[in-house]
Ligand binder design. Sequence first.
Ligand code: IVH
Length: 674
Amino acid sequence: MSRDLASRADELRETIRYHNDRYYGADDPEVTDAEYDELVRELVAIEAEHPELVTSDSPTRAPGAAARSTFAEVEHLVPMLSLDNAFGHDDLLAWGVRIAKLIDDAITYVVEPKLDGLAISILYEQGRFARAATRGNGFAGEDVTENVRTIAQVPKRLTGQRVPDLLEVRGEIFMTHVAFGDLNDRQIAAGQPAFKNPRNAAAGSLRQKDAGITATRDLSWNCYQLGAVEGAPTLESHLTTLGWLEELGLPVNPEIRPFVDLDAVAERCRELESVRHALGYDIDGAVVKVDAVAQRNAMGSTSRAPRWAIAYKFPPEERSTILRDIMVSIGRTGRATPFAMLEPVLVGGVHVGTATLHNEDEVARRDVRPGDTVVVRRAGDVIPEVVGPILAKRPRGSKPWKFPSTCPACRRRLVRLEGEANHHCVNDACPARVGQQIVYFAGRGAMDIEGLGEERVAQFARAGLLHDAGDIYSLTTDALVQIERMGQRSAAQLVEAIDASRARPLWRVLVGLGIDNVGPTAAQAIARSLGHLDNIASADAESLVAIEGVGPIIAQSVQDYFARPASRALVAKLRAAGVNLAGPAPQAPSTDGPDLSGLTFVLTGSLERRTREEASAQLVALGAKVTGSVSKKTDYVVAGANAGTKLAKAESLGITVLDEDAFDDLLAHGRHSG
Ligand code: IVH
């Protein structure tokens, strides 16, 4: 067994855990379902080939992520499993062959829509609604009883003659397209951001601390699976179970159908795919289940998913529409990116009106031309893309598109250097570039000024209030209320947000300047090592490359940046505005502070004196390793306020937990008090 495979498996486990956190914890996935599934498949394949590489805490052993800490934790009476995936017909048949080997008799299958919402488990005691929980890590989830209580489709009392003593029933909470549209209309009217898709809206609505807000959101629920049951009638099949659930007054999806052979199952999956838009709610596949309970029991489950069911995932969605025009947008670095202006079309539950075309060569490769009918694709949460033209529908006499020779914003020549894919506007004063720089400075990864997004910046720039990022600090409520759609309250809020940003740590200022190649990691290293923006601006190449994590390219970019008069003028403005330009006290590259190499840390909860990123940077600077999840290999867990299951796990494994004071001791002396 190669060491490469072992470390690849480690890496996959880390990555999957991270994405689990984003998806289940933050409701803000960074990758598409397809990309995520690909990671899981790779890990499953490695672990299947090399059982010695399986770890007890591998994400393949337990579905989902640990529950977040804002809600109390609830243990499920019976664990909530996940589903294995089939991508297309062949995977589905292979599953059929696999399970057929496990039993002798013929199999009846049930095909259901795979609802794209979030899984929930509801407990009824003596027929009364008692508790509701999210899936969490499959064993324990978040207590969302009060939120779920507000959902009209969830009965508070079961009906009929066969009410059980205890029923744990699983299903999906989701939002219909109509409810989603209404909610976003209300969000926008109230000046709140719109939800990206119905799944995010459903998750966001359910996870409200104030159940009164959940009550205003029109959530739906369908159930599809039993957990623990006591005092139930004998149920020999899934269909009879669903029939019983309906009798109890629980909502069951109307599209569920039985089939006796796999070809018919595959046919139904394709059929669901073709009608998915007409259903009125999002589905991202079909779920195929074995009907007979006895057969299910014979097949059993892995720790992650039952063998008797499989999720048939739909391929990314495609739609055709008219390409009205190809335009070019200018980014903060001057990069000119062509993009498609489309006749708006609904793809995967989202209205798509624009799509990036990346660069000149990509436009040529696809040969898309204004006036073409084009195919647009969108997979999960991913950015829409133009696949290509439908040539049969190309208007006569159309010509290949030509990259414009001048910048659409400042009319100067665009430059495409030899060997480069991108055109650039090289005018430092180009209004489009400057606008994007201001947006970037105020953005979440930099100074994090809420309420100062692209549209606002464009408005303020047009009104002559913003010429560079430094001008942000001269904005006043009086000036802002003159702007269209800007009330006294939002103006005051924005000024307050701007004011708060003056105290941001130096590395955020450094990121905000938008120096080429300087992202948060490099910025933190530089800020920590040089301690003041003035030192950074005057640093020579030698002292820059001496910083761990800074190479000659970054060093050159930093020097180039501060050599420009416009940059120095910006720094002067920031200084005059009282923006913090001093970092943590400068540190010698390596010898200063204890040597923490060989130690592995996990950070959880919120610390008072530093962000988790800053704590992490401090540890890494002293040679320690920081990982995202607690395992037997973890040496210390640093826990701030509201630490969740990571803390619980550390305690259960007997790992030393440090509070922030003990952490400070450790950073200073290499050991902790207590
Ligand atoms: S059955 C043990 N049926 O898909 C089997 N799940 O990818 C439990 N889902 O966690 C799941 N529609 O949130 C089942 N008709 C359906 C479903 C469904 C959507 C979700 C569910 C599950 C996820 C697995």
